[in-house]
Design a protein around this ligand. Structure first.
Ligand SMILES: *Cc1c(COP(=O)(O)O)cnc(C)c1O
Length: 381
């Protein structure tokens, strides 16, 4: 019996989304137009934050955040090992060093205690602390805020998994100095490629916009040299072309209307998984939280059976994934930094038994049952 392949995540696109993109295709502006700002405003209103700056990817948004935080050669940024490499890479793009610190086993996110120890023993100045709200679990920021203030660092939350997550009665995005979201198709809403930095600081927002567009300023008052006339512009620092298009922004704006429903459905699927898999000794379920956004549903099985379970599920057409290979296990990080296997036991232990089960809004209950039945068959042989 062959059944459709069930991916671990996928986008949900309806006719309204398609129509929104078509309208931009027929308009004067494919990029650099008014739809980008409209999308930024929609996200700002939803999150309850003053400034949102859209980028061509979540990775570009992270790079920009590290840049405007002042990260440069000789600086360190605290990053958990259990994340997508982009979190650490964004530090390296700026010439900085990712200062890895272990996760806490009860949140699967950066441990404030491990961060404190890492900062205490760092020979480099720490410019930022960058916790990741792994899987959509909104990691508590209080401890990191105190640490950051103590060393004059900024708090940058990688919330690529956590659009719509909430803690302390507030949306993720309101508390850190800068918060990063991704709009890759597996994330909560999509613009195909895309990302955003969210901040309460006007100064950071202005700098983020400049970095997004080559480091060029156009307003006379922003020039650092003589202003020649209305044709003039001045590139006052290195920047990139990291702009999001109007096409992508139209899709994002339309997707935002469905975010509430997407979140409800993700939470419902997580509840089903918990109900069907709870109490089994072979499977450890991820930590729960009332404001969890459930980008992922990461379970843990004994390291000795992970490979078998993973391959069994894949061969049954279920697109399980592993999130993530610890950052310091990647060849690039082995070659360029002095971390060793064993340095971050919590992240390494979790990663070695982790399996991400499919979770996305258009999954049916039958899909959930199929995942659970296949998983139970795999762990019980
Ligand atoms: C998705 C993701 C990003 C950004 O990825 P892009 O594909 O560049 O949008 C960054 N960090 C984490 C943890 C992610 O999951």
């Amino acid at each position: 019996m062959s059944r459709a392949f069930l991916p671990y995540g996928r986008q949900t696109i309806d006719d309204e989304d398609i129509q929104a993109v078509i309208e931009v295709l027929q308009s004067d502006w494919l990029t650099g137009g008014p739809v980008v700002e409209r999308f930024e405003k929609t996200v700002a209103d939803y999150l309850g934050v003053p400034h949102t700056v859209a980028f061509s990817s979540g990775t570009a948004a992270l790079h920009a955040a590290m840049h405007v935080a002042g990260v440069k050669e000789g600086d360190a940024v605290v990053v958990p090992p259990l994340t997508f490499v982009a979190t650490a890479n964004s530090v390296v793009y700026c010439g900085g060093t990712p200062l890895l610190a272990d996760i806490a086993s009860d949140t699967l996110c950066l441990s404030p205690e491990a961060a404190r120890v890492a900062i205490g023993s760092s020979k480099m100045p720490v410019k930022a602390i960058a916790p990741v709200s792994y899987a959509g679990f909104p990691v508590d920021l209080a401890g990191f805020k105190e640490l950051a203030e103590g060393v004059g660092a900024l708090l940058i939350e990688d919330a690529s998994h956590a659009l719509g997550a909430a803690r302390n009665g507030r949306h993720v995005g309101q508390e850190a100095d800068m918060t990063i979201f991704s709009f890759h198709p597996v994330k909560h809403i999509t613009t195909a490629e895309g990302g955003m930095v969210v901040t309460a600081s006007e100064e950071l927002a202005v700098h983020l916009r400049r970095f997004r567009s080559h480091g060029i300023v156009k307003d006379r008052g922003d020039f650092t040299r003589h202003y020649e006339g209305p044709w003039d512009n001045d590139m006052i620092e290195m920047g990139y072309n990291y702009r999001l298009t109007d096409l992508a922004s139209a899709l994002g704006g339309s997707q935002m209307k469905k975010l509430g429903g997407f979140l409800d459905r993700r939470r419902e699927i997580a509840r089903l998984y918990r109900k069907l898999l709870g109490g089994l000794k072979e499977i450890k379920l991820p930590p729960d939280h009332p404001g969890h956004a459930y980008h992922l549903f990461p379970i843990w099985v004994d390291t000795t059976i992970r490979k078998y379970v993973f391959e069994f599920m894949r061969s049954s057409g279920i697109g399980v994934q592993v999130h993530y290979i610890p950052v310091h296990f990647h060849s690039y990080y082995k070659d360029h930094f002095s971390y060793n296997e064993g340095d971050f036991p919590c992240a390494e232990r979790f990663s070695s038994g982790e399996i991400s089960l499919p979770i996305f809004p258009s999954m049916s209950e039958a899909d959930v049952d199929r995942v659970v039945d296949t998983l139970l068959e795999a762990v019980r042989v």
